[in-house]
Each structure stands twice: as C-alpha cells, then as structure tokens.
Design a binder for this molecule. Structure first.
Ligand SMILES: Cc1ncc(COP(=O)(O)O)c(C=O)c1O
Length: 307
C-alpha cells in the first residue's frame, strides 16, 4: 500500500540531527505543509504532534511553512485515521495550535494574487519582526500590501476551507496525475495536492542526473506545448556549499496547478502535450549550466543543450 503521508518529517532523523548538532545551534524547526519539494505530499497530524514533542524535549520552536495548510488539512481529513468526521477548519486550528509560528505565502492557500504573513506566539520576537517589517515593507497594518490585496486574502481564507472547494481542487490535481499514470508516464504517487510531479529520471534514463533530466523535460514541455513546469532535482539541490555537485535524491518536474484558473479542457491539453513529449523522451538530450549564481541557482542559471 502507498504511504498516505509521504510529506511527514522523519522524526528519528530530526532527533539524531538535533542530538548531533546540539539544540543551541538550531534556531527553529520548520515543517512545510504540504511538502512541496517531495511531491506535494501531506504531513499527518500524528507526525506534527511527534515533531512538536521533539521540539519540546529540546526547547526548540516549531514553525510551519503553511502556504498549503488547507490542502494538507483536507488530506488529513480523508486519509488519517479518526479524522474523517472533523471539519477541515477544526483540523486547521489543531495544526496551528501545534506550532509556535508560521510563514505563509497567501498566493497559495490564501487564494490571493499576492501577499503573505509571518506569525508567531513569542511577543518579543514579534516586536523585533515588526520593526524589520516597518523598515523593509511597510507599517504593520498593511506590510507593503494594497488594501484590496489584504481584503482578497481575508476572503480567500474563508473560501479555502470550504470542503466542496477542497474536494474539487484535490480531485482536479488527481485527474491530471491519474491520466498520466494510466498512460505509463512515471509520476510521484500518490498524487499530491497542488501539483503533479513527473519523474524525469525514470522517463529519461539515458540522461544522467548531472545532465539535468528534469531541466531537459521541463524545457521540452515548454517548447512543445507552452507548459511551464519547474525542475525539482539536481539543478535545485545538486550544488553544495563547498562548491561540489552531486545528483539530488530525485529528478522531478513539477506541474503546479494554479487554483481556480484552469478548466478541464486546459488540463486535457496538458495531458496531450505530456504524452507527446513522453513518447519522444528518447530523443531528449541533457543540458549543461553556462552560468549560475552562488546560491539558489535554479531561479537564474542559464543552460545550453548538450549535443
Ligand atoms: C512551500 C513554499 N514556501 C514558500 C514559497 C514562497 O512564496 P512567495 O513567492 O509568495 O514568497 C513557495 C512558493 O513558491 C512555496 O512553495
């Protein structure tokens, strides 16, 4: 059976890490819900409670990257034992109660075009953050956002926990993933909340990881069909602080689906294009990096195709 909560933090590894490094060297523990780089997979309440217990044991604050909190709560409702009878909004409250703070990009489950927030229980820390906010973004009542965007976030937060909306949202993502999987195209299973992740390493076994199969597939989807996906693999994670490079754990292409944007026909078009490219996967070649910045190279590196 497939693991229903592949986004879970490895609690034993977290404990080992904190013990080895020493809690004094670790300012915060972050859990991203859902796990974006690992396939849009959810984190269970049981896992969040276990992480909370480790944080309590070592006196560490637990923060959430909560940008997909509602999708994560929906998965908890439909997959986690004992949660089916609860309202999503109650699950969201419990998730929040387990953390000391959160970062939030409201462009995701805020259903807004822009904006986000940083929230925390520690009043002293919050005051320091507010002072930086005033210096960098704007006064705390608007944080650099226009009033209309704040209104959009407030409305989005009401609508995002609507269970009909969530059922539709998660179902539409699964529709894309299931259609591709039925055609034998390798995708990360189970299908995640906001995106379908193509397994480029499996689809392009002739392109070694250091020739960036995820990038090759992402480029081909854009060239053939104007579909803009994103490599999540060796380009994103392969360069290390000491300058060396090695293959990432996976070479994926993320097809993230904006909320309330596409119809089923748009998604059918995506399916056709992915099928077309997958049928010609053997012809795709790898890439080399021409220039890259010292950090976060996946945002701005330049590539050239290999012959
Ligand atoms: C998990 C996660 N956290 C944070 C962000 C950053 O969001 P923003 O671009 O609004 O700062 C993203 C988005 O791309 C994301 O997927």
């Amino acid at each position: 059976m497939l693991h229903p909560f592949k986004g879970n933090m490895d609690v034993a590894a977290l404990e080992r890490f904190v013990e080895e490094r020493g809690p004094a060297t670790i300012p915060v523990v972050f859990v991203t819900i859902t796990n974006n780089s690992g396939g849009g997979q959810p984190v269970s309440l049981a896992n969040l409670r276990a992480v909370r217990a480790v944080c309590d044991r070592f006196g560490l604050p637990l923060f959430l990257d909560a940008c997909r909190f509602a999708e994560n709560a929906w998965f908890i409702k439909v997959r986690e034992e004992g949660q089916a009878g609860r309202q999503v909004v109650d699950i969201v409250r419990e998730i929040a109660s387990l953390a000391d703070g959160m970062t939030m990009s409201a462009k995701k489950d805020g259903l807004a075009n822009i904006g986000g927030w940083l929230a925390m229980n520690d009043d002293g820390l919050a005051e320091q953050c507010r002072n930086v906010l005033i210096l960098t973004e704007g006064f705390v009542t608007y944080g650099g956002l226009a009033g209309r965007d704040l209104e959009a976030v407030a409305q989005g937060l009401r609508e995002v926990v609507d269970e009909d909306y969530l059922r539709y949202r998660i179902r539409s993502t699964a529709y894309l993933g299931e259609a591709l999987a039925a055609d034998g195209i390798p995708v990360v299973q189970p299908i995640g909340g906001h995106a379908v992740y193509l397994d480029a390493r499996a689809l392009l076994p002739h392109v070694p990881p250091l020739q960036y199969p995820g990038q090759a597939l992402a480029v081909a989807l854009f060239v053939e069909g104007g579909i803009r996906g994103s490599e999540i693999g060796t380009v994103m994670f392969g360069r290390h602080p000491d300058g060396t490079e090695s293959p990432a754990a996976m070479d994926l292409v993320r097809l993230a689906i904006p909320r309330r944007t596409y119809t089923q026909s748009h998604v059918d078009y995506v399916i056709e294009v992915v099928r077309y490219v997958a049928a010609r996967a053997g012809e795709l070649r790898g890439y080399r990096i021409v220039t890259e910045p010292p950090a976060l190279r996946h945002f701005t590196a330049r590539f050239a195709p290999l012959a």
